[in-house]
Design a protein around this ligand. Structure first.
Ligand code: B12
Length: 489
């Protein structure tokens, strides 16, 4: 690790971080309704990056074009006026080419080095760097890497000692320093620079209070689900104090009343969960919050603590009602446990959200029926169903690669013209059947009179009502336009 010199060595250096709009991938969120109405979540990665830069004295402009609705030309104009020394973007796989277009356009008017990070830069740094408009990939946590990279660039030092980056050397060859990728503790990471964005822009379809924001309190994952690559990153969680400090800042400095914790699994450690709840109560922090987890990581004691600490909703990754599928995807949660915990959660006065998947290895009409039955029998307030998808770096994608005999995402990163319809593996269902099933499941769940009445009575604000009416209207309109679901399942 190289020393970066003075604490404020970035004084006088300007960074412009841009979060372009994105469209939910059709393969991930299938209903147009969900795509158009899910909400606006702050670009947490860039807020974290901004905080690191500000810590060292840099001047940062963060442009959330996704939430503010700015066009690329408007963003270019703002960036030109700001006149940065560096541009920064976060890269996800599915949005890669769209983001690349924005980078190209911005770079053509603001010709400064471009630094990227995020999942796609971590997984395919070499391929990302084949694009001329991108100069540096940060492949891990930015907390140590970015100051070292910036320092080395400003001081014109060699980059060979800067761990966690990929770059092009003077000969144009891509070099990748695959060491020092991750920080050990997240407690030292500065609080996200929420003052750089307009917090009134953010909401989720089901958020109940304004202002709303999202937060993460851990990175990586300890579980091995076949459809996710989060376990490829070492698991680290912030201490309860650090978590509640950030919640307190949200409340006091940004008038935020509702926080959605976006950690893949927030309650890995029961003691941490109880301490977080305890500190919220002790500090008399009146904040409403929600988080994502698995049913086997919740029990009666935690639910009581969570309720008194203002937790209003738990998102459970249920995935399937078939024990066989749960085993195939390495989820390994007992169906009986799911039923028991969901009932307890509702009983504790906490809303429940269930994530489901369709099209996994071993999926049949029988397993779909089991999932449908479970979904309709559980005390769930909301659901989201994802058709099977094959993200890079996951076990499902490795299986797929054996069938298609190539690393599709790698080729796609280099070649923007490349398009390919993935085959669905391990089940006889094809993609359109899976989409039909998903649509049918959504309609079966959300158009139940019981659900509609309960939902109307649970509404907390006019904005929530307006958003919900629009979502329901879109959903019904969409299902009238395409009623293919009813033909198949
Ligand atoms: C919160 C979140 C969102 C938020 C905020 C997005 C953001 N990146 O800020 C919203 C809702 C907007 C969102 C949108 C999407 N997301 Co999202 N999201 C997440 C989630 C849950 C947490 C990310 C996060 O904020 N972590 C906290 C920060 C502090 O950590 P970090 O992201 O690792 O960032 C650090 C480093 O990676 C690095 N870094 C990251 N970006 C940059 C940029 C620069 C310039 C530098 C120097 C460093 C750097 O420095 C940061 C600080 O150390 C992750 C899952 C996960 N557990 O990571 C999925 C995840 C990143 N999202 C994913 C997906 C698929 C999407 C969408 C395509 C939506 C969809 N489902 O269709 C869009 C794409 C948006 C886009 N343009 O990138 C996938 C990406 C998979 C992939 N291979 O690309 C993930 C991994 C979930 C998953 N397991 O599938 N997402």
């Amino acid at each position: 690790m190289i020393a970066v010199g003075k604490d404020n060595f970035m004084q006088g250096i300007k960074f412009c971080l841009v979060f372009p709009p994105y469209k939910e991938s059709e393969d991930i969120f299938f209903l147009k309704t969900a795509r158009n109405n899910l909400g606006k979540i702050p670009p947490l990665s860039l807020l974290a990056v901004a905080a690191i830069l500000e810590k060292y004295g840099a001047e940062v402009k963060l442009i959330d074009a996704n939430a503010s609705g700015l066009s690329v030309d408007e963003v270019i104009q703002t960036a030109v006026e700001f006149s940065p020394d560096f541009l920064g973007f976060t890269l996800s796989t599915y949005q890669f080419h769209f983001t690349l277009e924005w980078i190209r356009k911005l770079r053509s008017k603001v010709d400064v080095p471009v630094i990227v990070g995020g999942p796609h830069a971590r997984i395919y740094p070499r391929e990302v760097l084949t694009h001329e408009c991108i100069d540096y990939c940060v492949m891990g946590d930015a907390e140590d890497i970015l100051p070292q990279l910036t320092y080395s660039l400003v001081e014109k030092k060699s980059l060979t000692e800067v761990g966690g980056i990929a770059y092009k050397n003077n000969e144009g060859d891509v070099k990748s320093n695959d060491f020092s990728l991750y920080i050990d503790s997240l407690d030292g990471a500065p609080f996200p620079s929420r003052h750089l964005s307009d917090n009134s822009l953010y909401y989720s379809l089901i958020s109940k209070y304004k202002n709303f924001t999202a937060m993460t309190s851990s990175r990586g994952c300890v579980f091995q689900c076949t459809f996710c690559d989060n376990h490829c990153i070492p698991y680290r969680a912030m201490s309860p104090k650090r978590v509640v400090d950030e919640m307190e800042i949200c409340k006091k400095d940004f008038a935020i009343n509702e926080i959605d914790m976006f950690d893949g699994v927030f309650s890995v450690n029961k003691k941490r969960l109880l301490e977080v709840s305890d500190q919220i109560v002790k500090r008399k922090l009146k904040i409403y919050w929600s988080f994502r987890t698995r049913a086997d990581l919740i029990d009666k004691e935690t639910l009581t603590a969570l309720k008194s600490a203002g937790c209003i909703r738990i998102y459970y990754g249920i995935e399937s009602g078939s024990a066989k599928i749960l085993k195939n995807i390495k989820k390994n949660v007992e169906i009986e446990n799911i039923k028991y915990i969901l009932k307890l959660t509702k009983g504790a006065g906490i809303d429940t959200f269930g994530y489901f998947m369709v099209g996994n290895y071993g999926e049949t009409y029988e397993t779909i029926s089991e999932t449908m039955d479970l979904m309709l029998s559980l005390p769930l307030d909301y659901i989201q169903i994802a058709p099977i998808f094959y993200p890079p770096n996951t076990e499902v994608y490795s299986d797929l690669m054996k069938v298609i005999k190539r690393d599709y995402w790698k080729d796609y990163t280099v070649d923007s013209e490349l398009e390919m319809e993935f085959p669905i593996i391990g089940t006889d269902f094809n993609k359109s059947q899976i989409h039909s099933i998903v649509r049918k499941m959504y309609l079966r769940f959300y158009l139940r009179p019981k659900f509609i009445i309960k939902f109307i009575f649970s509404l907390k604000s006019f904005s929530q009502l307006a958003r919900s009416v629009k979502a329901v209207f879109d959903m019904v309109r969409e299902s009238v336009i395409d009623n293919s679901a009813n033909k198949e399942f």
